[in-house]
Design a protein around this ligand. Structure first.
Ligand code: FAD
Length: 390
């Protein structure tokens, strides 16, 4: 059995259009060919496979939902979600790279950018000739980005930008960075900072035990002169940055589902093949309980993703609905990965199988783009009308 076939217990395929299935199978083939054979080694070496950037561009993984006139794929939200599901079957770090480029770089330029900015950056980003990153988190401000210290002062024909951003996906290899900073009135704006601008440097974060094949770093901004035309004219306040996060969190809900599906499939096949006490371990009730619970959790997460995607297609998905899906799907993916790891015994910790890598990756996915607890509190605020996290 091919490990990449979907568990599809509730016949969700019946709800998909031909285009969705085509996109899914094309990306699935790509992941099998280009990601799975190399990613474990890259994770062991803690190296991002840079050659994938242009390949992601070629298969249309960048700017998937951006209109074709700007080089995007013009796809709907379900196709985009399925794409991320398949990429994260390969590795959460590869999906992180694609999520950032789509939701946190191309989306803000498309949504808040000027016509010139769209023409200048989007086609290159779509092709993978340019890679972007998104700087919101700072050393002293993670869950509370409104407290950010990065700031800029208006000068005659440029903005003078100072500050630093930490834990930024793609930072060490990015050509451009969307940097969120406060003006002298304390209002948050978005700026496009380009590599090569004086005073702008990036450092790689090493020693990660999670997302090891993803490149994560720091943005250092020291008296950077950002041309005035690099400000996103329509991005006003933290709410614009949060709109980008909503896009990314939606994709993460699908991605985490992909990681869960992969762990389930690997564990299911292993349980049928591994013999102990003269029987396949799949014949023991405790192993069947694990598999039954995994399939239940995956099926629930699939239904959430599909419905959320349909709401998103109608532009009706709310921040709280997206929080519910992101939080739930990462939680179930972590549970599935942990149970799968148990089922493989010692083999569960080996790089021969993808389980431990997924398990470690998912710990980051549960923290970034709003921690597990912050999403719970977003739901709490939605239910009660009382935000408990402020
Ligand atoms: P903190 O905010 O310090 O939180 C620590 C703990 O306190 C958490 O458990 C949190 O839930 C809890 N906590 C905080 N406030 C409350 C509260 N009010 N009530 C209850 N509990 C609370 N950021 C970017 O801007 N761009 C990126 O590309 C990016 N990529 C990342 C990649 C990786 C691999 C990682 C690990 C992080 C990345 N991040 C990125 C940063 C990420 O978004 C932050 O780590 C996250 O928002 C949490 O911030 P923090 O780490 O400062 O934790």
């Amino acid at each position: 059995v091919d490990s990449f076939e979907s568990p599809d217990f509730y016949c969700l395929d019946d709800l998909l259009m031909a285009e969705h299935k085509l996109v899914r199978s094309a990306v699935r083939d790509f992941v099998k060919r280009e990601i799975t054979p190399i990613v474990e080694e890259h994770a062991q070496r803690a190296e991002f496979p840079v050659q994938l950037v242009q390949k992601f561009g070629k298969i249309g993984a960048f700017g998937a939902t951006i209109p074709t006139e700007f080089g995007g794929g013009g796809l709907d939200q379900i196709s985009y979600g399925l794409m991320l599901q398949e990429i994260e079957r390969g590795d959460s770090g590869m999906r992180s790279c694609v999520s950032v480029q789509n939701s946190l770089v191309m989306y803000p330029i498309y949504t808040f950018g000027s016509e010139e900015q769209k023409r200048k950056y989007l086609p290159g980003l779509a092709k993978g000739e340019l890679l972007g990153c998104f700087g919101l988190t700072e050393p002293n401000h993670g869950s509370d980005p409104g407290g950010m210290e990065t700031n800029f002062i208006e000068r005659s024909d440029y903005y003078l930008l100072n500050g630093s951003k930490l834990w930024i996906t793609n930072a060490p290899i990015a050509d451009i960075a969307i940097v969120w900073a406060k003006n002298d009135q304390g209002k948050v704006r978005g700026l496009i900072v380009e590599r090569g601008m004086e005073g702008f440097t990036t450092n790689e974060i090493t020693n990660k035990w999670s997302l090891r094949a993803s490149s994560t770093g720091e943005l250092v901004l020291q008296d950077v002169r950002v041309p005035k035309e690099n400000m996103l004219p329509e991005a006003f306040g933290l709410k614009s940055a949060i709109k980008c996060l909503d896009q990314a969190r939606y994709g993460i809900a699908w991605g985490a589902l992909g990681a869960a599906m992969e762990c389930y499939e690997v564990a299911r096949r292993y349980a049928l093949e591994r013999i102990q006490f003269n029987k396949p371990i799949a014949s023991f009730q405790l192993v069947q309980k694990k598999l039954a619970e995994m399939l239940t959790a995956i099926t629930q997460a699939q239904l959430l993703c599909w419905r959320l995607g349909m709401l998103k297609n109608e532009d009706k998905a709310t921040t709280a609905q997206i929080s519910l899906a992101k939080r739930n799907n990462i939680e179930i993916a972590l549970q599935v990965a942990r149970e799968a790891r148990q089922m493989l015994g010692a083999m569960g910790i080996s790089g021969e199988y993808p389980i431990m890598r997924h398990l470690m990756n998912l710990e980051s996915v549960s923290t970034y783009e709003g921690t597990h607890d912050i999403h719970l509190l977003i739901l709490g605020a939605e239910i009660t009308g009382i935000p408990a996290y402020k």
